[in-house]
Design a protein around this ligand. Sequence first.
Ligand SMILES: [Zn+2]
Length: 351
Amino acid sequence: MRGMITTGAVAAAIAAAMILAALARGPRGRGVTDMDGKKPNREGAACGSCGSSNASGDEKLTPEQRRVMRCGGTEAPFSGEHWDRKDPGLYRCAACGRELFASSAKYDSGSGWPSFIEPVERGSISEKIDTGLGMTRTEIVCAGCGAHLGHVFDDGPTPTGRRYCVNSVSLDFEHEEDSPVSEEKNDAAPRAATTERAMFAAGCFWGVEAAFRKVEGVTETAVGYSGGTKPDPTYEEVCTNTTGHAEVVLVAYDPGKVSFRELLDVFWKIHDPTQVNRQGPDVGRQYRSAMFYLDDTQRREAEASRNALAGSGDLDKPIATEITETGPFYRAEEYHQRYFEKHGDQGCAIH
Ligand SMILES: [Zn+2]
């Protein structure tokens, strides 16, 4: 599995995220690569060698749970049920029911997977050295049934400094029903600032990235390709206008400083959303205007924002912007990242 491979606290806190869960197997199978350019998870889809398991509790597991828990797979980040869960309760092994993590140990690592600083007790999980994919990591498994949970890293916050990075599907959440005290405490102690993400296509990604980097509250950006069909495309392939991908910018931002709605305002201003499959001299589907939403809230806000602009009378042509669900994000080659900072604004027309 390749999911949890951030190498440092910065990556975990800011970008981490978004690894391609190869080719969207389940209904939740949205795949996105890491802003850090981690390669997509290609082995994710098929179990192949592991076959079925007779471990207790397995009969209730879904195929996706078997893939992750019995075959060491990785779910797509930001896709699981628990990565953003904040309510008080207990996380149990989805196969055998063993108590694994308490919500009080959970924090927002920005990775898109549920992250904890410690297990509920020593001995509730076991650690194994995982040398797959050419790197050495520490795999964590349920001490009760051996189910694969995820990995543990040494880049977590204090006091433990550890980050237990776990697949949502490996966990069952047990809500702490009668705990007004805990809920109160939860409200009284708001969680640390979170990082949210948004993905836009508005023509050549060099200029779009430069524009978003100037927005206060934007903490990280990456340019790449999304919305097409070919896995792991190169710039040259995207430029042939046959892969279906758009040049996109993935934006990480602090919602306490800038809202998604404000990012949409920036998006509308920095390009001409009435142009179809082009921006100025850049012609082709890869330069289309598009907003790739990550969840339903973003979809609704994007549609409302588009409708408001359409009804404003500011545009003399219809808006061509496509608002579609996010698919895999493939980070572009390094020389495209922050291009204008490296090369100055030299225009974009390269075909
Ligand atoms: Zn278990």
